[in-house]
Design a protein around this ligand. Structure first.
Ligand code: AMP
Length: 558
């Protein structure tokens, strides 16, 4: 077993060493660069306190230097973990850079995890301090007796907003900063030093940690800057709706400063109407997030009768964007680009921007490509492996489990040898758990999570394809297709739909629509309506919860 592949950097015999400096890739250098070159680039944040706050990269650098000194005064040592529980905002950006910059590890905690999971990861990470937004103070008050006694808790606000809290010894963030002057010499150390820690919100078992390094983070940022040139350029405004507590907001707090793009941080209000008004006010050019968020924004756009001003680009990841969503955005002149990735990949692995010849294809053929998850970013390699363990051709037909390797892919889970042993093959490729095809142009298409595929009478049915087709029905606002145990066929698909407001979904007309793209045996045996779909901590539809809810559906209805 060789997780992560060869790591021997010694020069093979006979090779000539390059004559170049070996300067380590450091996260702090990204912000120093941004402040030197794009110093007037901005971070605009909707604050938890309610107002809109704007700062520059030059000022962010100064405050990050103050924070670095404050962290040292708090006794945070290199290598120690410092946790955050916060929305997207400028203070969270400061923490990203200051914590990693002093050689400590920024551990972002997803507040939507259960109390048990939060307790587990704070203990597993052995966090020394926790920086929390005002929103999460009540959550921490309930949980604090289950957290280590020595954990230092800092509330992300000024003295005037400090809550009357039962958290003993809670510190005020702005006071910590005010006690320090700017000016700090960032230490230099190996680029392979750990920088940040994210736990995957596994639907079963305890969360597993991906421990990124300075090198992997900076390379990922450079790779994304190249892959998303259409969105990331000096002066463009990029709004990560994907939270900074979920895979570092897809790396945007690094890629935006690196490319001179402005960051727009939406804070706590992620509903369609709030996003619309923020985007309109600030002039967001490119917005990044999971499909559920864009369903909300599309509703707000419908209500307003126009898209937000300056809005031209949307990057969708986390789950598949349905074709109807791609079409709706395209119709209003907004280009939707799929990105696929995983926490274990920092997270971006592919992107579906079309190169010039492809973008000139007829609309239908363009959308055929855009529904796919896209082509690999530099530094990521992919292979698909069939049920018999053989590597499958990239012909767009052969389906297999997707494995990846690359510069920003984990080589092991943090302190979890069991999970590491289960998730790498003997050549060091990481097993994604996704099932996919890859076409001759290199476009990856995720057909399912391995555990979400439906196997009916020995044949596979892709839930993602069927959901995309069902969403084209005018009465269907959202939907999920899940596998339900079946006596005769092992599993049969069930379509769970959320009707458009004030509508009821007519089962026969949905099935008639699906018949256009699916064989009869693939069609769901039933269509049930629900008010809302259950979501996971990362805002994806929780098929596990749905499967549990409807597990006896076909047995009961036989
Ligand atoms: P996470 O580690 O929480 O970011 O989840 C990673 C998983 O989300 C992947 O393994 C995929 O199953 C799914 N995923 C991410 N991006 C996409 C996408 N663009 N389309 C379909 N599934 C996606």
């Amino acid at each position: 077993m060789n997780p992560g592949g060869p790591t021997d950097h010694t020069l093979a015999q006979g090779l000539l060493a390059g004559g170049m400096m070996d300067r380590p890739l450091m996260i702090a250098d990204v912000l120093v660069f941004a402040s030197d070159v794009y110093g007037d680039g901005t971070i605009t944040s909707r604050r938890v306190e309610g107002d809109l706050h704007t700062t520059t990269y030059a000022d962010t650098r100064k405050r990050t230097e103050q924070l670095a000194k404050a962290l040292k005064d708090l006794g945070i040592q290199p290598g120690e973990r410092v946790a955050t529980m916060a929305w997207n905002g400028y203070r969270h950006v400061e923490l990203y850079y200051a914590v990693s910059g002093i050689g400590s590890v920024c551990h972002t905690i997803n507040p939507r995890l259960s109390a048990e999971q939060i307790e587990f990861i704070v203990a597993h990470a052995n966090d020394k301090a926790l920086f929390v937004d005002l929103t999460f103070v009540p959550l921490i008050e309930k949980l604090v007796h289950r957290l280590p006694k020595e954990l230092k808790i800092v509330i992300l606000c000024g003295r005037e907003h400090m809550p009357d809290t039962s958290i003993e010894g809670a510190l005020c963030y702005e006071e910590l900063l005010a006690a320090q002057d700017p000016g700090f010499a960032w230490p230099r150390f190996s680029e392979n030093t750990a920088s940040s820690l994210c736990y995957t919100s596994g639907t079963t078992g305890n969360p597993k940690g991906a421990l990124y390094s300075h090198r992997s983070t900076v390379l990922h940022a450079l790779m994304c800057a190249v892959a998303f040139q259409n969105a990331l350029f000096p002066g463009s405004s990029v709004m990560p709706v994907v939270p900074m507590f979920h895979v570092n907001a897809w790396g945007s707090p690094y890629t935006a400063p690196l490319t001179g793009s402005n960051l727009v941080m939406p804070g706590p209000n992620l509903d369609g109407a709030s996003l619309f008004s923020l985007m309109d006010e600030v002039g967001v050019y490119s917005a990044w997030g999971v499909p559920t968020v864009w369903l909300g924004l599309l509703e707000a756009i419908k209500a307003a009768g126009r898209p937000p001003m300056s809005f031209k680009d949307v990057v969708v990841g986390g789950s598949a964007a349905p074709r109807t969503m791609i079409e709706q955005f395209d119709d209003m002149g907004v280009s939707l680009c799929h990105a696929w990735g995983m926490t274990e990949m920092s997270p971006i692995g592919t992107q579906a921007n079309l190169t010039p010849p492809l973008s000139e294809l007829p609309k239908d053929q363009r959308f055929d490509l855009k529904v796919k998850q896209g082509r690999r970013t530099f530094g990521v390699e992919m292979k698909i492996v069939g049920e018999d363990g053989t590597r499958q051709p990239h012909d767009g037909q052969a389906m297999g489990e997707l494995y990846v390797r690359g510069n920003s892919v984990i080589k092991e889970y943090y302190n979890n040898p069991e999970a590491t042993a289960e998730n790498f093959d003997d050549q060091g490729w990481f097993r994604t758990g996704d099932v996919a095809t890859i076409d001759p142009l290199g476009f990856l298409q995720i057909t399912d999570r391995a555990k979400d595929l439906i196997k009916s009478g020995g044949e596979w049915i892709s839930s993602i394809d069927m959901e995309s087709a069902a969403l084209a029905h005018p009465q269907v606002a959202n939907c999920a297709v899940i596998a339900i145990a079946h006596e005769k066929w092992d599993e049969r698909p069930l379509l769970v739909v959320v009707p458009e407001p004030g509508e009821t979904v007519d089962k026969d007309s949905v099935l008639a629509l699906l018949q256009n793209s699916f064989a009869k045996w693939q069609l769901p045996d039933d269509v049930v309506s629900v008010e809302a779909l259950p979501l996971t901590a990362t805002g994806k539809v929780s098929k596990l919860t749905l499967r549990q809810q409807f597990q006896h559906h076909y047995a009961d209805n036989n």
